[in-house]
Design a binder for this molecule. Sequence first.
Ligand SMILES: *Cc1c(COP(=O)(O)O)cnc(C)c1O
Length: 218
Amino acid sequence: MDLKYYENLKQICTKSAVCLVAVSKTKPKEDIQILYNLNQRIFGENKVQELVEKYEFLPKDIEWHFIGHLQKNKIKYIAPFVNLIHAVDSIELLTEIDKRAAQNNRIINCLVQFHIAKEETKFGLDKSEIKSFFEEALHLKNIRIIGVMGMATFTENEYLIRTEFKLLKDIFNLLQENYFADKLYFKEISMGMSGDFEIAIQEGSTMIRIGSSIFGSR
Ligand SMILES: *Cc1c(COP(=O)(O)O)cnc(C)c1O
């Protein structure tokens, strides 16, 4: 772990009013506890079982973010406690989250993932799917869509990364104008990881998801 890097990153985030999600996937609970002791409260995980185990073991005031691709049949395990689901990319998934949230008497915060990268392997909605998705999504009572999420292409090409982040910011603006004009809670743009968060912050990120630069390579 690189605690010096972490402290430095925390300062950057405070200065630019960006939320830091410490991505602890594959890392032991002890590492999370070390950051917790330094007042980090937001952690990101991408496997349901791993998240549940860590949740049960660690302090209850941790805010757990689910950042990976979520399978419908596993939502029930995290619905009682998850604080934010970053990567909702279908109305079927959102509907199931809504149902499980209702069973737990909760409203679960979600981000809609958009496909902004050139790579085909990355999940997410396309711009062309916005209308059909939001016409249905806005009827659901136990989820709250608080923003968008995206992943840029894994590349050294800064221009391409910047272009993709700009696209996500444009999508955010469009959604805000068309569907959330009177909703102050719609304000999050989750973009930026270890390799590209500086660009993401310059392009309007409100939430960065940092794993390997803090915890070491996986
Ligand atoms: C693993 C992961 C991260 C963190 O990646 P690093 O490059 O280790 O910072 C961020 N977002 C998502 C969706 C991830 O799966």
